[in-house]
Design a protein around this ligand. Structure first.
Ligand code: AMP
Ligand code: ZN
Length: 493
């Protein structure tokens, strides 16, 4: 761990459109909120990419010695279809289709989310609050916004008055939109006639009789608006004004714009110093998305069972593939990209084992300190993981040169080189050495558990070809699955 003040970080702030030198509100402490998943379906690799970007940021900030409180929520109510104020709740819809309780949907996909993130070696956030666990906080927040004159009640629903807010504040400052343009571009949708203006958004919605996810409130039995949840949970755990708020680029508008408006309306101050947005993973030229069917599931990457890929790839290779792009760049998911990442990743791991056998000389011909600072410089520059990876390959070159005798290294520098490589590869980028896993660590068990779960799902869907493939391919690499009356267990040969 480094003393955090030994490095100066620059963060691209979506709010100002500039890279700014980071300064924590409370010296040495960082509050970071990232919008979590809506748990109504399996997370796809696109979702994973956004969360991975923030996992690496969390890891680096921790490595620098900051005390980071990282809050990532679970959206388990209030997120309607099409991100709109009308339509069915995504979770309730899934529950209706599957004929199960909404909370069963929430449980199933929350567990899936955690399994997938474990397989990819994510660090857990400090707090993972759920929207349904914070209904009281959301009701209190709505009361304050109404008292401050920025929301109105119609037929048991409460709407945020965007036009009123925009008279004193700037609605659209994050997404760089003007209210006048929004007015021209908004279509009036059926069922939104309760609103004074189509740009207004719901803070609380009265539940129709068939809507089962409902809670009592001063206005009606109903449910909270999706945007409100994040404001309630972020300010509860990080305060009214905190350091970093992140999410995918597609959440900038309306979700994050509305979060800013709610906070300013309730507390009279803007909530966040640095807004960070991760860019999209695309596949076949289009955004990876559940709704269009253009997606790949992490489990399909681990088994190779998807027509977009030619073979299975380990979680670390997929992780390495994604971190080879900067978090603010669009990344195109391709089989060739994964194959190249696998080669690169293996080269890095090979270099680590060569490094273990290197002999030190009296003197170094290489400037390892300078190289180490370049690794920090890469991450200090808006968490530039591709530049960091380029520096790691610079070290691979050094290792090979030392091995061949064209460069020499002192014992102190050899230790420094090893330590720095381990820090950045394992602690900061969160990669795992596959051969270390093969010795039977928790991570391997976690990965096999994910595969067992996917196999159960395949069987439940009567996809026996896939369930057999998972069992047979695991068997080929020496992992035997055994089905018993208490579920499936595994053994490693
Ligand atoms: P959701 O569960 O739909 O709210 O999405 C969870 C997170 O994944 C959000 O931060 C989204 O911005 C992000 N996300 C969704 N699709 C993609 C994608 N194709 N690439 C990267 N991030 C995505
Ligand atoms: Zn959110």
């Amino acid at each position: 761990m480094q003393p955090y003040h030994s490095q100066s970080i620059k963060i691209y702030n979506s709010l100002t459109g500039e890279k700014e030198t980071f300064k924590a509100i409370n010296e040495g402490h960082i509050g970071m909120y990232v919008c979590g998943p809506t748990v109504y379906s399996n997370v796809h690799l696109g979702n994973v990419r956004t969360f991975m970007s923030f996992d690496v940021i969390f890891r680096y900030l921790k490595h620098l010695g900051y005390k980071v409180r990282y809050v990532r929520n679970i959206t388990d109510a209030g997120h309607l279809e099409n991100d709109a104020d009308v339509g069915e709740d995504r979770i309730a819809k899934k529950a209706r289709l599957e004929e199960i309780e909404p909370m069963e949907v929430v449980q199933r996909y929350t567990v899936d989310f955690h399994n997938i993130l474990n397989a990819f070696n994510f660090l857990p956030p400090s707090i993972e609050p759920t929207a349904t666990g914070h209904i009281i906080e959301q009701i209190e927040l709505i009361k304050t916004i109404i008292d401050n004159g920025f929301a109105y009640v119609v037929n048991g629903s409460v709407y945020f008055d965007v036009h009123k807010f925009n008279q004193t504040n700037d609605y659209g400052k994050l997404s760089k939109r003007k209210l006048e343009d929004l007015i021209h571009n908004t279509r009036e949708l059926d069922g939104q006639s309760d609103k004074k203006n189509p740009q207004d958004f719901a803070l609380w919605k009265r539940a129709e009789p068939q809507h089962i996810m409902r809670w009592p409130s001063p206005w009606s039995d109903g449910f909270p608006g999706w945007h409100l949840e994040c404001t309630a949970m972020s300010t509860k755990y990080l305060g009214e004004h905190f350091d970093i708020h992140g999410g995918g680029m597609d959440l900038k508008f309306p979700h994050h714009e509305c979060e800013i408006a709610q906070n300013e309306a309730a507390k009279g101050q803007t909530p966040v110093n640095y807004w960070m947005h991760a860019n999209m993973l695309i596949m076949n030229g289009k955004k990876m998305a559940k709704s269009t069917g253009n997606y790949i599931l992490p489990g399909e990457i681990f088994t190779g069972n998807n027509s977009n890929i030619s073979k299975a790839f380990s979680p670390s290779v997929a992780r390495f593939f994604m971190l080879q792009a900067h978090y603010r760049s669009i990344l195109d998911f391709t089989n060739d990209g994964l194959l190249a990442a696998e080669k690169g990743f293996n080269r890095l791991m090979d270099a680590l084992s060569i490094l273990d056998g290197l002999k030190a000389s009296n003197k170094s011909s290489l400037d390892i300190n300078n190289w180490k600072q370049k690794c920090y410089d890469a991450m200090n520059d808006d968490f530039n993981s591709p530049i960091l990876i380029a520096q790691l390959f610079e070290a691979v070159k050094y290792i090979n040169q030392i091995k061949e005798g064209s460069e020499s290294i002192s014992i102190e520098d050899l230790v420094l080189l090893k330590q720095t490589l381990h820090t950045f590869i394992f602690d900061v980028l969160g990669l795992e050495n596959v051969t270390e896993i093969a010795s039977g660590s928790d991570k391997l068990s976690g990965t096999v558990e994910v595969l067992i779960k996917l196999r159960q799902e395949a069987r439940a869907n009567k996809d026996f070809a896939l369930s057999d493939k998972i069992r047979d391919e695991l068997s080929e690499i020496g992992i035997q699955l055994k089905d018993g009356k208490d579920g499936t267990t595994f053994s490693i040969n």
